[in-house]
Design a binder for this molecule. Structure first.
Ligand SMILES: Cc1cc2nc3c(=O)[nH]c(=O)nc-3n(C[C@H](O)[C@H](O)[C@H](O)COP(=O)(O)O)c2cc1C
Length: 190
């Protein structure tokens, strides 16, 4: 079972990246979590380019990673009650290419605030669901006051967060193992 992991933050000392890398280490036997290539170099989404190509070179390694994955885990901050524009830009490119369609997703928001990125969590859930991605509620987490729970220098997480993350990964892996063909394919077969 292969899970692609996407971090919504580009910060070098990102708390979300630290949680994502902990998930890579905590993956149980039989599950491989791989950090997807960065979306940093992706140009802004342009529907003309998406429609007639050629698609941006920076999109290719990300598409390959998503194509090879059985599911996706997203760790994202919240900016001004939304999820980051860079991540939305990646998802806009994905609308046309569709490698994540029908695949299960874990949505995790990590925030320094007590509100734990709940608006970004809701926004990501809405966007992914609209794209036909299967957001798994039991695999979701909102982590607040994260400076006390995540050490980006050492990668260490508080024990409670480790337990929550293990549960989230297990729920995502369970759903990924039962995932059928995506909605588009199912419609084709009907
Ligand atoms: C531009 C900006 C806007 C932010 N807006 C919010 C917000 O709306 N809600 C929130 O919980 N945290 C907000 N934060 C704080 C982030 O939760 C915090 O910076 C977090 O560490 C970012 O994630 P990262 O460490 O993975 O980069 C904001 C931070 C920045 C830089």
């Amino acid at each position: 079972m292969r899970i692609a992991a996407v971090c919504g933050s580009l910060r070098s000392q990102s708390l979300n990246a630290a949680v994502l890398r902990a998930a890579v280490r905590l993956a149980p036997a039989g599950v491989t979590i791989t950090e997807a290539p960065s979306f940093r170099e992706l140009p802004l989404f342009d529907a003309d380019v998406a429609g007639s190509g050629p698609l941006p070179a920076a999109l290719e390694p990300i598409r390959d990673c998503f194509e090879a994955a059985d599911g996706v885990l997203i760790c994202s901050p919240e900016y001004a009650h939304g999820f980051p524009g860079g991540l939305k830009n990646l998802l806009d490119w994905q609308v046309g290419t569709g490698e994540l369609t029908g695949k299960p997703a874990a949505v995790i928001t990590v925030s320094t605030s007590l509100t734990a990125g709940r608006w970004a969590h809701a926004g990501l859930t809405e966007v992914l669901t609209t794209m036909g991605v299967d957001v798994v509620p039991e695999a979701g987490l909102t982590v607040g006051a994260a400076r006390a729970k995540v050490d980006p220098a050492t990668g260490r997480l508080a024990p409670d967060l480790v337990a929550d993350l293990r549960r989230a990964i297990a729920a995502l892996a369970t759903r990924s193992s039962h995932a059928g063909p995506g909605p588009l394919l199912r419609a084709d077969l009907a």
